[in-house]
Design a binder for this molecule. Structure first.
Ligand SMILES: *Cc1c(COP(=O)(O)O)cnc(C)c1O
Length: 258
């Protein structure tokens, strides 16, 4: 993929998202795009940054850490080539590229994850939440988290049942995790051609989100991260506030993980 291909893909995905949102009676701006750059090189990510994309998702901490420390350094120094719209070299952009971790986290990866990310979308158990709190407290940093729910047969990731999720949310509401901002839910639909099953997975997450809003009015649990390259239109129809799209922007994943 050339930089031009990536930028064309990005523009197409954004306009398609806006279309899907309007068709569902929503605004294009209701749905944020998280560009999933796993297995893609820094140069490819920078192509998207230059086209104005500033939110990225990665699922392996080690790979993400290496790439996003480099990108953060370049951006902070104002040295991403071609980034300044007015062509002024050496100026810092208004906003730095932001990273969300979207893959299942092992406890020993949490420390690096919270150093580099602004949100962990893949909290799938209480242990991870406790470790995020501990590591963020040490850094003096607060971080947004999404709770990943298992809504599809074939995907194994995520809280398997509502009861365990509710226990975590109760702890959040009680103030057990002051450095954690519980911000919403994430899911992956099953990998199937059966659109009804995909839709069911997304509507299940939306309904759960409504229930949580009623049961935990003090928590800002508004984000619904759902929809990938193959199913984002359905996700937008079902109320997604953030889609995570890799292949449709960056092409097939060819570069090996760091
Ligand atoms: C890889 C990945 C995506 C993006 O998948 P594409 O099909 O390439 O758009 C989204 N969410 C998660 C959790 C992923 O691991």
């Amino acid at each position: 993929m050339t930089d031009g291909d990536i930028q064309e893909n990005l523009a197409r995905v954004l306009s398609d998202l806006a279309d899907a949102a309007r068709a569902a009676g929503r605004q294009g701006s209701d749905v944020q795009l998280c560009a999933v750059s796993k297995f893609h090189a820094v140069s490819e990510i920078l192509a998207a940054v230059r086209a104005g994309q500033l939110l990225f998702g990665e699922n392996r901490v080690q790979e993400a850490y290496a790439k996003f420390t480099e990108i953060g350094g370049l951006a902070a120094a104002g040295s991403i080539p071609g980034m300044q719209a007015d062509g002024t070299p050496g100026e810092k952009p208004d906003r730095l590229p932001e990273l969300h971790i979207i893959g299942t986290l092992q406890l020993n990866k949490v420390k690096k994850a919270v150093e580099i990310a602004s949100c962990i979308q893949s909290v799938d158990r209480e242990d991870v939440l406790a470790e995020i709190e501990k590591r963020c407290a040490a850094l003096g940093k607060t971080i947004r988290v999404l709770f990943e729910m298992h809504t599809g047969e074939e995907s194994k990731a995520g809280y398997a049942d509502e009861k365990a999720l509710y226990a975590s949310l109760e702890h959040c509401a009680k103030g057990t995790y002051p450095h954690v901002i519980p911000s919403g839910l994430m899911t992956m639909a099953p990998f199937t051609e059966d659109k009804r099953l995909v839709r069911k997975s997304f509507s299940t997450l939306r309904e759960l989100s409504g229930k949580i809003a009623r049961d935990f009015p003090s928590l800002p649990m508004t984000e619904l991260s759902m929809g990938m390259s193959g199913d984002y239109r359905i996700a937008v129809e079902e109320g997604s506030t953030m889609v995570r799209i890799g292949t449709a922007i960056f092409g097939p994943r060819t570069v090996q993980a760091v």
